[in-house]
Unconditional design. Structure first.
Length: 453
C-alpha cells in the first residue's frame, strides 16, 4: 500500500510538472517568440534603426557632394584637366561598384552590425586623409576612392538592417532613412561652399569638420547597435535569417530576374542625370550668370535646388510606395527629371534665367526621389529576406555606375554651352524611354498589397 501510494504521488507530480511545462511553452510562444517576428516591437526598433541609418547616410551624402561648389577651383588648385576633375568626382563611385558585392556577402556572413560600424570607420580615416591632401591631386584622388568602400557598407549594411526589422512598412522606413542622404546632398554643397571660404575653415578645414561629424555619428551607431537594441531584434541583424547557405540569394541569382533589371534601369537613368549636372552647373553658373568662381557659397546655394527637390519628395515617395503600385511611382520619376533637365538647359542659354534654372534643378531632384525610395522598397518586396543584401548591392552598383559615367560625360561634353543643349536632349529622351519601360511592366501579384510592378 505504501509503495502504491508513493507511486500515485509521483505520477501526480509528473503530470503537474508536465502541465506546468506545457503552459510555460505556450506563454513563451506568445510572449517571447512573438515579439521576434512581430508587429508591435519590431516597428519601434525598426524606426529607431531607420533614424540611425538616416544619420549615417547623411554623412556619406555630405562627403559625396561637398566638393561640388569647389569644382570651379579644382582645376587651378591641382593643375589638372577637366577630365581629371571628372575622374575625381567618379573615383568614389568606381570603388563602390567593386566593393558592394563584398559588402553584401559580409552582411550575409557576419551580420549587419559589423558592416555598418566598419563602414563608418573607413569614412573617418579616408576623410582625414583627404583633409591633409593639400595640393596633391594623387592623395585627394586616393582618399576619395577609399571613401567608396565605406559608402558601400553604409548603404548595403544599413538598409539591410532597416528592412530586416521592418514589418510591412519597408517603403516608409526606407524613405525615412534615404531622407538622410537627401539632406546630406542638400547641405553638402551649401555648407561645403561656406566652410571652404578662406575666412571660415578653408579647403582642408572642411574635411576636418566632416571627420569629427562622422566620428560622432559612428559613436551613436555603436551605442544603438551594442547597448540599446534588444537581443530579440539583434537576432535579425546577426545573419541573413535565410537558413542554410544554399538558401541565400547571391548577386547572380538576383540579376536573373527581369523585374530587377527594370528597376535598376530606372535607378541608373535618374542617377546619371543628377551626376551629369554636378560638374556642369557651377561652371555654367560662372559663365552664364557672371558669378565669380571664388564665390563657393553662392555656387553651392544654386546647386542646392536639386537636392532640395530630393529632400522634399523622398519621404512622401517612400510612404506612397506602401500604398501605390511601385512601378507607377518609378515611372513618374524619370518624366519629371526629363522636364527639369530641359528647363535647366533652356535657362542656361538665356540671360536672367536663374529662376527657371533653379526650377529645373528642383524637378530633377523630385524625379530622383520618386525613383530612389520606391525602388528600394520594390527590391525588398520582390526578393524577400534571402535576397535583400544582394538586391541592395545591385542597387548600389547601379547608382554608382550613374555617378561614374555622369560626371565623366558631363565634364567632357556638357560644360560648354554648345555641348550642354544636345546632351540634355539626349538624356531627357532616354529618361522618357525608361519611364515607358516601367509603365509596361505587369503586376506580379504577391501575398500583400500593393504588389511589386
Amino acid at each position: 500500500l505504501l509503495r502504491r501510494s508513493a507511486w500515485r504521488q509521483q505520477s501526480n507530480f509528473v503530470r503537474a510538472v508536465t502541465a506546468q511545462t506545457e503552459w510555460l511553452v505556450m506563454q513563451a510562444d506568445s510572449q517571447v517568440l512573438e515579439p521576434f517576428d512581430a508587429r508591435e516591437m519590431p516597428k519601434r526598433w525598426a524606426f529607431l534603426c531607420a533614424i540611425v541609418q538616416l544619420l549615417s547616410m547623411f554623412t556619406d551624402a555630405v562627403l559625396l557632394t561637398v566638393i561640388v561648389p569647389l569644382s570651379a577651383q579644382y582645376k587651378h588648385r591641382f593643375g589638372v584637366s577637366d577630365a581629371a576633375i571628372g575622374l575625381l568626382f567618379s573615383s568614389k563611385a568606381i570603388v563602390q561598384v567593386a566593393t558592394s558585392p563584398f559588402a553584401a556577402k559580409a552582411v550575409d556572413v557576419m551580420g549587419c552590425r559589423f558592416v555598418m560600424i566598419g563602414a563608418m570607420l573607413v569614412l573617418i580615416v579616408s576623410t582625414a586623409v583627404y583633409a591633409v591632401s593639400g595640393d596633391e591631386f594623387g592623395i585627394a584622388l586616393a582618399a576619395r576612392a577609399v571613401q567608396g568602400i565605406g559608402s558601400s557598407g553604409v548603404l548595403v549594411g544599413g538598409q539591410s538592417a532597416v528592412t530586416r526589422l521592418a514589418n510591412g512598412n519597408e517603403g516608409s522606413l526606407l524613405g525615412i532613412a534615404t531622407l538622410g542622404a537627401a539632406a546630406g546632398v542638400l547641405l553638402g554643397p551649401t555648407v561645403g561652399g561656406w566652410l571652404a571660404s578662406p575666412e571660415i575653415a578653408g579647403f582642408g578645414g572642411v574635411f576636418w569638420v566632416l571627420t569629427v561629424v562622422i566620428a560622432v555619428v559612428a559613436v551613436m551607431q555603436v551605442v544603438f547597435l551594442y547597448c540599446v537594441l534588444p537581443n530579440e531584434a539583434l537576432m535579425k541583424l546577426r545573419n541573413t535569417g535565410a537558413g542554410e547557405e544554399g538558401e541565400r540569394m547571391g548577386l547572380r541569382v538576383v540579376l536573373r530576374n527581369r523585374k530587377v533589371w527594370l528597376i535598376l534601369l530606372g535607378v541608373l537613368a535618374v542617377n546619371f542625370n543628377i551626376a551629369m549636372l554636378e560638374p556642369i552647373i557651377p561652371v555654367r553658373a560662372v559663365h552664364q550668370f557672371d558669378i565669380a568662381a571664388s564665390a563657393t557659397g553662392t555656387l553651392g546655394l544654386m546647386w542646392a535646388a536639386a537636392p532640395f527637390g530630393f529632400v522634399l519628395f523622398v519621404a512622401p515617395a517612400g510612404i506612397l510606395s506602401d500604398f501605390v503600385p511601385k512601378n507607377l511611382l518609378m515611372a513618374f520619376g524619370p518624366v519629371v527629371a526629363a522636364v527639369g533637365l530641359i528647363l535647366t538647359a533652356i535657362a542656361s542659354k538665356a540671360s536672367g534665367g536663374i529662376p527657371l534654372f533653379e526650377i529645373g534643378l528642383v524637378l530633377c531632384g523630385c524625379g530622383y526621389a520618386f525613383v530612389d525610395a520606391p525602388s528600394q522598397a520594390a527590391l525588398t518586396e520582390l526578393l524577400g529576406e534571402q535576397g535583400q543584401s544582394a538586391g541592395f548591392a545591385a542597387l548600389d552598383m547601379t547608382m554608382q555606375l550613374g555617378f561614374i559615367f555622369g560626371p565623366l560625360v558631363g565634364g567632357s561634353f556638357g560644360i560648354s554651352q554648345g555641348g550642354f543643349w544636345p546632351l540634355s536632349i539626349t538624356v531627357a529622351a532616354a529618361l522618357v524611354v525608361c519611364s515607358l519601360s516601367l509603365l509596361g511592366a505587369r503586376s506580379a501579384g504577391g501575398p500583400k498589397p500593393p504588389s511589386i510592378l
